[in-house]
Design a protein around this ligand. Structure first.
Ligand code: ACM
Ligand code: ZN
Length: 517
């Protein structure tokens, strides 16, 4: 019988052995070399253990930095690498784990869980392992289509198995606001709901469509209450995943302007830009600060993502409030007005112990002093930010946009082509980043925008197996990269994931395969 997600989540590590996959690995036993992400060091020892017995074997856990350092035999790890690192030994009589921190123990158990899930038999083995990058992320766009809590929990479970540790939660955007904000109830009473479900049918001429009040019969949408978020955060924290919320500014705010029209520029003739907040008015900052205060209270993450991408600036050239602000601040270009806003929000974030991440447009007009840049329009923005001494997360469209199609004939995806091998081929340090600057590369992330993705199964088939490759690029050493071997491992893990109830892409997969909910 196929195991459901609920089984998977509730069972946790204790019941790993019940998740043996239906179509077994053709190898006679699972070896550490079958893991995704590939571990740094491994050795296969004599003997094997049946996957069923693995959960019953005694487990000896030692949390000791000293012990782990002995295992590392002089290899130098950064503090954050040390925290995630683990030594794992599977023997016929028991399992031994050594780590400097609970996070390392958790990672060891994820390796154990994956190995037990891929075959009936697991080789006795030793693994010494740690991550290459500290940000190993996945982004989900909940605005264009709303997947909801159960979907998110299910993906967090898979992220944990893949040792991914940052969930970027894109909660607000033009087609729907998805987070309860007590100070501004219309954000969810009105602009979390629309009469039309499918994004492309809703959006008119790329300028947005209608919203309807919560409770309207047949309305499509939804949002997270603070209780929902607390549940997601607890689930994520148990899996050592940090949830980074994104509150977009100043662009991608069509919905915000419908709920609170006074946040737009006050232009006599309307103006051409339909998505932007007015960075001239003081009241815009009052709104953003009140929203952010609630977000800061809710999310314990060190970082908050403030968007910053694709803001039209034509209105700002003629808006009296924007023009007055530019004059009083001595700004000559509208790009500097966006930069003024981002810097001001960064100061506010710092006052509350938070740091900001923004899409690479935040470089234009001048970077905020401590901002981390998420480089999405290729790697150029990231390289510029590093040259200015800033931290960077690489999410270039050509490699990590998981809304793009993964084979030439894929069902409903953005037309550009990002197959599994392309994702796997990304090398974050290949662009001439010096050794001295390498610490500025925080890591990498796969992004799932959901313009085309109405159904959960569709979202999963966009994610998998490509997220497996994101995980390995983020965790495993560059010198371990081996496409044919990864392709083999991804195929084994794909079968296992299907058996756990995930939809994993294969050519020809469409709603005609009976996947529609
Ligand atoms: C983006 O894809 N607009 C960040
Ligand atoms: Zn304005």
């Amino acid at each position: 019988m196929k195991k459901t997600l609920r089984h998977f989540i509730i069972a946790g590590v204790c019941l790993i052995s019940t998740y043996g996959c239906g179509q077994k690995n053709i190898q006679t036993q699972c070896e550490p070399a079958d893991l995704i992400p590939a571990p740094v060091e491994l050795a296969v020892n004599p003997g094997s253990v049946s996957s069923d017995r693995l959960a019953e074997l005694p487990e000896k856990v030692k949390i000791s930095e000293k012990a782990l350092l002995r295992r590392l035999e002089g290899q130098e790890l950064t503090d954050w690498q040390l925290k995630s690192a683990y030594w794992l030994e599977i023997g016929q009589k028991g399992i031994k784990i050594e780590a400097a921190d609970q996070e390392g123990v958790f990672n060891a158990r994820q390796s154990l869980k994956m190995m037990a899930s891929l075959n009936d038999t697991v080789a006795c083995c030793t693994i010494l392992d740690w991550p290459r990058f500290r940000h190993r992320g996945m982004m989900l766009d909940e605005s264009r289509h709303f997947q909801g809590k159960d979907f998110v929990l299910k993906q967090l479970e898979m992220m944990a198995l893949l040792k991914m540790n940052r969930f970027h939660f894109h909660l607000v955007d033009n087609p729907g606001w998805r987070l309860q904000i007590d100070a501004y109830p219309r954000l969810t009473q009105l602009t979390a709901w629309r009469p039309v479900a499918y994004f492309w049918d809703w959006e008119i001429d790329a300028t947005g469509g209608d919203f309807v009040e919560e409770g309207t019969p047949g309305a499509y949408g939804g949002y997270y209450t603070k209780e929902d978020i607390a549940e997601i955060l607890e689930f994520a924290a148990e899996r050592h995943i940090e949830v980074i919320p994104e509150i977009e500014l100043p662009g991608h705010n069509y919905e915000t302007r419908i709920a609170y029209p006074e946040l737009a520029c006050s232009l006599k003739n309307g103006g051409s830009d339909k998505w932007e907040l007015c960075p001239g008015k003081e009241s815009t900052y009052e709104f953003l600060e009140k929203v952010l205060l609630e977000v800061f209270e809710l999310f314990p993450s060190e970082y908050i993502h403030i968007g910053g991408d694709e803001a039209g600036k034509d209105n700002w050239k003629i808006c009296p409030d924007c023009q007055a602000r530019m004059k009083s601040e001595g700004l000559t270009e509208v790009e500097e007005l966006q930069s003024y806003m981002v810097k001001r929000i960064e100061r506010f974030a710092h006052e509350h112990g938070k740091r900001i991440i923004g899409w690479d447009e935040i470089l234009e007009g001048g970077l905020a002093p401590d901002a981390t840049v998420m480089s999405w329009r290729g790697t150029e923005g990231g390289l510029k930010a590093i040259a200015q001494g800033h931290d960077v997360i690489f999410t270039p469209t050509q490699y990590f946009y998981l809304d793009y199609k993964q084979d030439e004939a894929q069902y409903k995806a953005v037309g550009k082509y990002v197959p599994l091998e392309k994702v796997y081929s990304f090398e974050p340090m290949s662009e001439g980043i010096s050794e001295a600057d390498s610490h500025h590369v925080l890591g990498i992330q796969g992004n799932l925008w959901t313009e085309h993705v109405l159904h959960d199964w569709h979202a999963e088939m966009q994610l998998y197996p490509r997220v497996f490759a994101v995980s390995e690029v983020g965790w495993s050493p560059a010198e371990k990269k081996n496409w044919p071997d990864f392709e083999r491992r991804a195929s084994v893990l794909s079968e296992a994931a299907r058996n756990w109830g995930y939809v994993v892409y294969r050519p020809g997969l469409t709603d005609e395969n009976g996947l529609v909910e």
